[in-house]
Design a protein around this ligand. Structure first.
Ligand code: PBG
Ligand code: ZN
Length: 325
């Protein structure tokens, strides 16, 4: 039937009708809040390029996680900024490093929180690359062992799930083997499978002081124009034992989120990265857009594209709004 019999506007007349017909529902259950952890106590340092986000010591991170839990957020992902960086990222696999300390504190403050950890070397290396470097090249196979050690250190401290973001080939299998060897066959891996070499990571690198000292990450992260390659990455990670597949960034890559959703039966995560967050904030602060509405629209768009869960710095704000309704 066509107009005038068909009138889609009939179902948009009232808020109750719109609610009844809504196809995509965002809830705090969908959200994962990224936290930056640095050494010390009582530290809560604002990140200038990410308004409303902080670098926190383990005790403060635990407080923040508890507040998030009380808003309905059931998952956080941790990034560590170590006291010392070196060529091999030693602090990444220190069993008493900042991330293990934060995991233990969060476990106490919010015992049922899903604590995910980012597994990568770039926050811990003095050159800022995601793996070992030899003559300007990031070594793939030699890096795998260190990533596996890092994952084991996090899980020993109580992490619920590990999320490798390094983009080395074979890292999911290496981490899976290492975890299984230690008896952690029940600990899941969320793979950053389709992770693009994106300019949208700019504010994060300021927060984590992880800008590469030379070159860039294009020799290991994906080339933004590619989509089929993302499907190959997803298939490989599935074969290696990934439990959740991630696409990153989210907003500029919704086609990839959708394609990955069609390809895999595993849960799909999308990471709304620092640059996406900061740009929305900046426009909101200038009064050019309505911050709250653009925030919610960006998140529901990511879910509508096919994401089961969204990693986002907006998590507490969005949860607060969703709770109000
Ligand atoms: C580490 C890592 C990065 C992000 C998540 N894990 C930075 C990078 O790859 O340069 C980016 C997150 C964000 O921008 O919010 N490999
Ligand atoms: Zn990295």
């Amino acid at each position: 039937m066509a107009f005038p019999q068909s009138r889609p506007r009939r179902l948009r007349r009232t808020a109750a009708l719109r609610a009844l017909c809504r196809e995509t529902i965002l809830t705090p259950d969908d959200l994962v809040w990224p936290l930056f952890v640095e050494p010390g106590q009582g530290v809560r340092r604002p990140i200038s390029a990410m308004p409303g986000q902080f670098r926190m010591s383990p005790d403060e991170a635990a407080k923040a996680a508890r507040e998030a839990w009380d808003l309905g957020i059931q998952a956080v992902i941790l990034f560590g900024i170590p006291p010392h960086k070196d060529a091999v990222g030693s602090a990444a696999y220190d069993r008493d490093g900042v991330v293990p300390q934060a995991i233990r504190r969060i476990r106490d403050a919010a015992p049922e929180m899903c604590v995910i950890t980012d597994v990568c070397l770039c926050e811990y290396t003095d050159h800022g690359h995601c793996g070992l470097v030899d003559k300007g090249v990031v070594l793939n196979d030699a890096t795998l062992e260190l990533l596996a050690k890092e994952a084991v250190a996090h899980v020993k401290a109580g992490a619920t799930m590990v999320a490798p973001s390094d983009m080395m080939d074979g890292r999911v299998a290496a981490i899976r083997d290492a975890l299984d060897d230690e008896g952690y066959e029940d600990v899941a891996i969320m793979a950053y499978s389709a992770k693009y070499a994106s300019a949208y990571y700019g504010p994060f690198r300021e927060a984590a002081e992880s800008t590469p000292a030379f070159g860039d990450r294009r020799a290991y992260q994906m080339d933004p124009p590619n989509a089929l390659e993302a499907l190959r990455e997803v298939t490989l990670d599935e074969e290696e034992g990934a439990d959740i597949i991630m696409v990153k960034p989210a907003g500029p890559y919704l086609d990839i989120v959708h394609m990955v959703r069609e390809l895999t039966d595993l849960p799909v995560a999308a990471y709304q990265v620092s640059g996406e967050y900061s740009m929305i904030h900046a426009a909101g602060e200038r009064g050019w857009v309505d911050l709250e509405r653009v925030m919610m629209e960006s998140l529901v768009g990511i879910k509508r594209a096919g994401a089961d869960m969204i990693l986002t710095y907006f998590a507490p704000e969005a949860a607060r709004l969703l709770g109000r309704r």
